[in-house]
Write a protein that binds this ligand. Structure first.
Ligand SMILES: Cc1ncc(COP(=O)(O)O)c(C=O)c1O
Length: 238
């Protein structure tokens, strides 16, 4: 059951104190935010009692649905045993090691290489910031420090931190904070409905879009390109 909530009060405190990302503040000030109070399986409820199908799965991240008792129990048990510790300075902890080993076992082989190491972060944006540093460091250590450029896609979305928003190709985000940061560049998005040519099939368009990456690498010089980043299915931006 929903605990009764004073929607107007929460909306007013929200307006006064809570900064939201990706929000039209004028619109929010005029209409107030929708107050989500409860969730179960694939549904969420708002403070006015509306039951909504959460087709977005939170922000594309509630992969196993809401209200999973076994997850709550495991989290409770771990919070009571060891709620936090860092992994700097040759320190580790049991669940982090076990999860890394499990993820390594589940990760697929790509190009004959398997993924055997896990680096944890708290969000997709932070992960991509770490990726930029790791990729550049990797090439430095291989004696190719000139390989710095990372290629992303126009309207790709890779997060909202400085590097994440730079890897992404959304001009509205680039306008905030002088982005992209140096040595990040973008190619066109594989968006058939907008960019497909008359008579072109989706498969033909896919090959043409893949060609934009090859063209960019050749234009920059392959020895300058550190990495390409892309969503398998471009989702967040439009
Ligand atoms: C493909 C992709 N990468 C990165 C992110 C950023 O993740 P986070 O919001 O956890 O920082 C998102 C978020 O929607 C995403 O869709």
């Amino acid at each position: 059951m929903n605990t009764p909530v004073d929607t107007a009060l929460i909306q007013s405190l929200d307006r006064e104190h809570f900064l939201h990302p990706f929000t039209d503040f004028k619109d929010m000030a005029a209409h107030g935010a929708r107050v989500i109070t409860r969730a179960e399986n694939i549904y969420v409820w708002d403070s006015d009692g509306h039951k909504l199908l959460d087709a977005m799965s939170g922000l594309w991240c509630v992969n196993v649905g809401y209200g999973r008792e076994e997850l709550a129990t495991a989290a409770y048990r771990q919070m009571m045993t060891l709620p936090y510790y860092n992994s700097f300075f040759q320190t580790t902890n049991v669940p982090a090691v076990q999860l890394a080993a499990r993820l390594s076992a589940l990760a697929p082989e790509v190009g004959g290489r398997s993924f055997k190491h896990v680096f944890y972060s708290s969000s997709g944006s932070e992960s991509n910031d770490s990726n930029v540093r790791m990729v550049r460091r990797y090439w430095d250590l291989l004696g190719q420090p000139e390989r710095k450029i990372i290629i992303g896609r126009i309207n790709g979305y890779h997060g909202s931190t400085m590097a994440g928003a730079s890897l992404g190709g959304m001009s509205s985000m680039h306008a905030q904070g002088d982005l992209p940061i140096p040595n990040i560049t973008h190619i066109g998005q594989p968006y058939f409905y907008e960019m497909g040519q008359p008579g072109e099939t989706p498969a033909e368009f896919g090959l043409r879009a893949a060609g934009w990456l090859e063209d960019k690498i050749l234009a920059l010089g392959a020895d300058k390109v550190a990495a390409f980043i892309a969503e398998p299915v471009q989702g967040a931006a439009a």
